[in-house]
Design a protein. Structure first.
Length: 134
C-alpha cells in the first residue's frame, strides 16, 4: 500500500473516529434523558458538556490518525484532519448565525478553535506512547 493511500486512510479513520464517538455520545445522552428530545434546544450547560466530549473525541481522532499514518507523518496528518474539522465546524458557525434558536454561537465557535489543537494533541499523545506500542 502506498504512503499516499495510507495517509488518506489515516485521515479518514481519524475523521470517522471523531464523528462516531461524537454521534454515539449524543445518542446515548439523548437515550438516557440527559439531553432533551431532538428538536428541543438544550441549555448552555448541556452545550458545555457536548463541547467537552467533542474535544475528547477530536483528540481520539488525532490519535487514530497518527497511529495509522505512515512513519513520520502522524502529526502532519492529524493537523490536516484538524483543518478539515475546522472547515466543517465553520459550517456550524454559519448555521448558528442564521438559526440562533438551535444553539449558542459560542458552541459553534468553540468547535472551530479547538479542532486543530485537539487533533495535534492526539497525535502528540500517540508519539509519546509509540515506542511502548510498537
Amino acid at each position: 500500500m502506498s504512503a499516499l493511500t495510507r495517509s488518506i486512510g489515516a485521515v479518514l479513520a481519524g475523521f470517522a473516529t471523531t464523528f462516531l464517538l461524537s454521534v454515539a455520545t449524543d445518542a446515548l445522552l439523548h437515550g438516557v434523558g440527559v439531553y432533551p428530545p431532538s428538536g428541543v434546544r438544550m441549555s448552555d450547560g448541556l452545550f458545555a458538556l457536548a463541547t467537552a466530549y467533542r474535544i475528547a473525541a477530536t483528540i481520539a481522532g488525532g490519535w487514530v490518525t497518527a497511529r495509522l499514518a505512515p512513519e513520520g507523518r502522524g502529526v502532519r496528518l492529524a493537523v490536516i484532519l484538524g483543518a478539515i474539522g475546522t472547515l466543517a465546524a465553520l459550517g456550524g458557525v454559519g448555521i448558528a448565525l442564521s438559526h440562533p434558536e438551535l444553539g449558542p454561537l459560542w458552541y459553534a465557535v468553540a468547535l472551530v478553535v479547538t479542532a486543530v489543537p485537539c487533533t495535534w494533541a492526539g497525535a502528540r499523545l500517540r508519539e509519546r506512547r509509540a515506542p511502548a506500542l510498537a
